[in-house]
Unconditional design. Structure first.
Length: 210
């Protein structure tokens, strides 16, 4: 983890990703400039917070003019390292894996599911959304041969998740998006983001009216 990454709070990075999604939509609509007040309206992030988030990464915008949408899109894309294609390894070719592989916004933001891995003989050798499905035991070989991905998505049952995490880390992955409802043990230099649908639904359920 580099020095800049260490000093930027995770919530700031989460909001930067939200800004980028908004800017991509605005750019597609040929919007040329925006203000921090505009961003507050579009993203529900306070204008002062928006400016503070950007300040971690340098000077942006021009007083009295605002922010150039194409330029801000380019700079945030570069900050988040999605200004170029990022290959991703997907482990798990079940229903969740299929939905993730077919998610249309991935390619728009320069993420590409480069290979899918599973341990089911009925799926190995076939394709998932035009992406080859390989035996999980071949993950290091496949990644070294033609992909060199450093990102991986784990979409397997919790009982298999740690073994899969060990395998992807061993083949050079340093960032994992984990959909299994289990805490992964990984080296300090590896970043894990957890997505637990049941946990999120439980929190929402708490807020339901009696």
């Amino acid at each position: 983890m580099n020095q800049q990454t260490q000093k930027v709070p995770v919530p700031t990075l989460e909001r930067m990703a939200r800004y980028l999604a908004c800017l991509l939509d605005l750019d597609a609509k040929s919007v040329e400039t925006i203000s921090s007040a505009d961003m507050e309206r579009y993203t529900d992030v306070n204008a002062a917070q928006f400016r503070k988030d950007l300040s971690y990464f340098g000077e942006f915008g021009r007083p009295g003019i605002g922010y150039s949408v194409p330029e801000l899109t380019r700079r945030i894309s570069k900050i988040l390292k999605v200004d170029r294609e990022q290959p991703v390894l997907l482990v798990g070719a079940g229903n969740l894996g299929s939905a993730l592989a077919g998610y249309p916004s991935l390619s728009r933001e320069h993420f590409r599911i480069a290979a899918v891995f599973d341990n089911n003989p009925a799926k190995i050798g076939h394709k998932l959304w035009d992406v080859d499905i390989y035996d999980i035991s071949k993950i290091a070989e496949v990644n070294a041969r033609s992909i060199d991905a450093r990102l991986a998505i784990i979409a397997v049952p919790s009982a298999a998740a740690q073994q899969v995490a060990d395998a992807v880390v061993k083949c050079g992955v340093t960032a994992i998006l984990n959909f299994a409802p289990v805490t992964l043990r990984v080296p300090r230099e590896v970043t894990v983001r957890n997505v637990d649908f049941v946990q999120e639904l439980a929190v929402l359920s708490f807020h339901l009216a009696p």
